[in-house]
Structure formats: C-alpha cells, structure tokens
Design a protein around this ligand. Sequence first.
Ligand SMILES: Nc1ncnc2c1ncn2[C@@H]1O[C@H](COP(=O)(O)OP(=O)(O)OP(=O)(O)O)[C@@H](O)[C@H]1O
Ligand SMILES: [Mg+2]
Length: 244
Amino acid sequence: MALEVKNVKKRFGDLNVLDGVSFTVEDGNFACIVGESGCGKTTLLKIIAGIERADEGEIIYNGRPVKKEDIGYVFQDDRLLPWRTALGNIQFAMEMRGITDKEKAKSYLELVGLKGFESYYPHQLSGGMRQRVGICRALVVNPEILLMDEPFASLDAQTRNRMQMELLKIWDRDRKTVIFVTHSIDEAVFLADKIVVLSKRPARVIDVVDIDIERPRDRTDEKFISYRRKIMRCLSSINHAPQT
Ligand SMILES: Nc1ncnc2c1ncn2[C@@H]1O[C@H](COP(=O)(O)OP(=O)(O)OP(=O)(O)O)[C@@H](O)[C@H]1O
Ligand SMILES: [Mg+2]
C-alpha cells in the first residue's frame, strides 16, 4: 500500500520543469519535499492531485491510478472563498462532495483552535488562521492523501512550531498519507518520515532521506541536528554543482 510517483515529466512550453521525478510514500507515512524556489514542487503536487497533467509518467495509489477523491489539497496561497465565512468555506468543500454536516465542519475548526471564529470572513482572519481554515477544508472530506504546499510559510516561528505539533497530532490520529512541501529543513526534519530532496529545475530526485527519530522530536537533539546538516549539505551540493 503506497503512493507511487513514477517518472513524472512536465514542460511548460520551452521550460523544462520536471525531468523524471520518482519516489514512493508508504501508506500512512509523512513525506516532505524540499528544493529551491522555482524547481517545480507546486507543479509536482498539482500533478499528483490531478489539477495539472504530466507529459509523461504516472501517479499510482495502492496499485491503481490516483483519483481526485483520494486527495485533500492545502494550497500555497490559502484560496479561501472571500464571500464565505470560515465555517462556510469548510462546508463548501463538503457540499462539493454531497455532504452537509455543520457540526462536523465546526468540530474541525475547533480542532485547529478556531472555535469562536466560525462566522468570520477570510479578510477578518490572520494569515495563520486562514491557513488553518485551509487545512480543515482539506481534512474534512477525509481524503486518503493530504498534499500540503508550504502551509506554514507565512507564520511566525512560534505559531509555526505550534502548528507543526498540531498537524502531527491530527496525522497521528488519522494516519493519512501526507506529502508536505517546505523550504525549511528544520520543519522537514521535525515532521517527516522521509525527505525527498529535489534538484534545481528541471527537478529530479537527488536524494531520499529516511528520518529515523522517535516523535515528538527534539530540535536540540544530536540526531536531529545531524539530519539537518545532511539535508543542508545535500541542498547546497546542488547549488554548487555545474548547471546542466
Ligand atoms: N501554468 C504555468 N505555466 C507556465 N509556467 C509555469 C506554470 N506553472 C509553473 N510554471 C513554471 O514552472 C516552474 C516551477 O514552478 P513551481 O510553482 O512548481 O515552483 P516551486 O518549486 O513550487 O517554487 P516555490 O518554492 O517558489 O513555490 C517555474 O519556473 C514557473 O514559472
Ligand atoms: Mg511552490
């Protein structure tokens, strides 16, 4: 049981973005993807979600092509509907799948610490709160696979750390298969079972690192620091490699 990304290639006109990306995430595992800005991470997530088409390659989930219904997507920008409240945005995602359950929508907001903000519109929420609504919206339809595109990038360090812990709590409860894109090596080592390191554009997988540390993880732990160093070296080696 696994999500397999197999030899995915993508060009936008003359721009070669993904150059045969392959990796596997075991069912219920948490994978992080790191790679420099513009290398093709969002494009890859969109292909996995079926929002964008690959030129070549395939996405296989448990032995069959992945379906849109398998996926929950937390976008890099929160993409909430401005004319719907926090609760209304979550209900909208449910309505798209024919579900109406206000109490369930409310319980998800509560889960991410937004009890009391149900009737707030996106412009009345902080960036971090909007991201949390986005996470609820992805989770509420109970997808098998959760794709998250730098969901905590705009948060301050303290809120970010708290959100990472909250996310792990939710993940531990539901054991979704997660693919989480981040620029932060620290965040990747804190969250992931496995880190997929992408090269510069056109992206290829240059390393896959299994993070073998018990959770909850301690950022000051020797092992944590040594994984950080390893990923950092891997990323900086691409930056110093000659461009092809
Ligand atoms: N719809 C599109 N049409 C043309 N080019 C695109 C399109 N979407 C993305 N690109 C290009 O593909 C490349 C990869 O973009 P992508 O958004 O996947 O990068 P990223 O790794 O997510 O970057 P960041 O870390 O900054 O979010 C960029 O050069 C971008 O300009
Ligand atoms: Mg991106």
